[in-house]
Design a protein around this ligand. Structure first.
Ligand SMILES: Cc1ncc(COP(=O)(O)O)c(C=O)c1O
Length: 379
């Protein structure tokens, strides 16, 4: 990557890395017999959808706008799941979805007549909560006590509502195939009696099959074993992260270096809270080119400071190979999934541009953001 050619700040998606992930996802689909669809909530850079469409057939949407994006840019009806549907939005969602999953029995009751009497052939499902998740971070744990996400088994009182054709669960996040296997144990234990009456099950997201070390063969075996136990069921997985995992970077520039009581902070032209909120919320520590992840106690240790005025908008020190200079570019790794979809213009900070690096080395600038983008959100 020729950093001189890249404007700063800029998200750069590398097409060849995206294709590498898509090839693996396609192989899992083919060998396991499960359908794998893209969760827009994790990756919705639609200029890359023509590439995604070469490998997978669909997407999952979690709002009316994602449903519309699926229609316009993937050219298919969405698998839709939202925590709740607003009455004014539901008719359009019904029109543009192939599957609609309801988060609660009350939402199903509210919309079942509309759905079942609609000329659109939409397959309805309910999200269930098997009550177990390997996710340690509370913010990302859908199975925490009192969770609002999906119905626990006891709420069904042993009866699957008339008309429901599918069950959906989502309890994983950056998880392994062994976590999925364990989850399936809880799921089948609690909801197994409903399965013979259903057409499909959706295992949600969180299957990080493109991460180094993920046991892809075990995933395929786990999916095949489920299919062997329930041959009539169509199995769907809807990861987001796995599609865009390690597919690109965020290029930033050092604007200043400030010192305070022995701490040196390189102030960048990006903001962690506005452009990479997971680095503060998860917290997730990105790898940085030319730096090791931990402070060494040496003179090239620098905190990385965001350009917003939020006090906590910084990352603890990295040990750089060389002293940093004002004007120097910094490359933050693996900055495509859950970054672009979450950005804000807090403080009016400049939104990073978006580019795709093609396999032949050509850089396609997709979008630059300016004052108008900031202003038109606010009045
Ligand atoms: C219902 C649902 N499906 C799919 C996903 C995608 O998960 P991931 O990007 O971790 O694969 C999420 C993420 O929050 C989700 O809530």
């Amino acid at each position: 990557m020729d950093l001189k050619k890249i404007p700063s700040p800029c998200f750069v998606l590398e097409e060849s890395r995206l294709r590498r992930n898509l090839e693996l996802i396609q192989r899992v689909q083919q060998e396991s017999g499960a359908q794998i669809i893209l969760a827009f909530k994790g990756f919705a850079m639609w200029s890359a959808f023509p590439i995604v469409r070469e490998y997978v057939s669909g997407a999952t949407a979690s709002s009316l706008h994602e449903v519309m994006l699926c229609h316009e840019e993937m050219g298919v009806k969405a698998h839709t799941y939202a925590v709740a549907y607003a009455p004014r939005e539901f008719p359009k969602i019904l029109k543009l979805s192939s599957h609609i999953t309801f988060n609660s029995l009350t939402q199903w009751k509210r919309y079942s007549k509309k759905l079942l009497s609609s000329p659109e052939k939409v397959s309805p499902g309910i999200r269930v909560n098997p009550g177990w998740s390997p996710v340690g971070t509370a913010l990302y744990n859908p199975a925490s006590p009192g969770s609002r996400l999906g119905e626990p088994a006891e709420n069904f009182k042993g009866v699957l509502p008339e008309g429901i054709e599918g069950l959906h669960f989502h309890t994983l996040c950056e998880s392994t195939s062994y976590d999925l296997e364990k989850t399936l144990g809880f799921f089948e234990n609690q909801f197994g009696s409903f399965l013979p009456k259903l057409k499909w099950v959706n295992f949600g997201g969180g299957h990080l099959m493109t991460r180094k070390g993920y046991d892809v063969e075990h995933l395929i075996q786990t999916l095949k074993a489920f299919k062997a136990r329930h041959p009539h069921l169509h199995v769907i997985l809807e990861p987001g992260s796995a599609f865009a995992w390690d597919t690109g970077v965020l290029v930033a520039t050092v604007l200043d270096i400030v010192k305070n009581k022995g701490f040196k902070t390189a102030i960048l032209d990006v903001s962690f809270t506005a452009h990479m909120p997971d680095t503060l919320e998860m917290p997730y520590r990105p790898a940085i080119h030319g730096a090791s992840d931990e402070a060494s106690g040496g003179k090239n240790d620098y905190r990385l400071g965001g350009v917003s005025c939020l006090s906590g908008d910084f990352l603890e020190a990295y040990a750089f190979d060389k002293p940093l200079k004002v004007g120097q570019k910094i490359v933050l790794e693996d900055m495509i999934h859950y970054t672009m979809v979450k950005t804000t213009t807090f403080n009016g900070v400049t939104h990073p541009s978006i580019a795709i690096l093609r396999p032949d080395g050509q850089l396609d600038m997709i979008r630059k953001f300016g004052y108008k983008d900031y202003k038109r959100r606010l009045s």
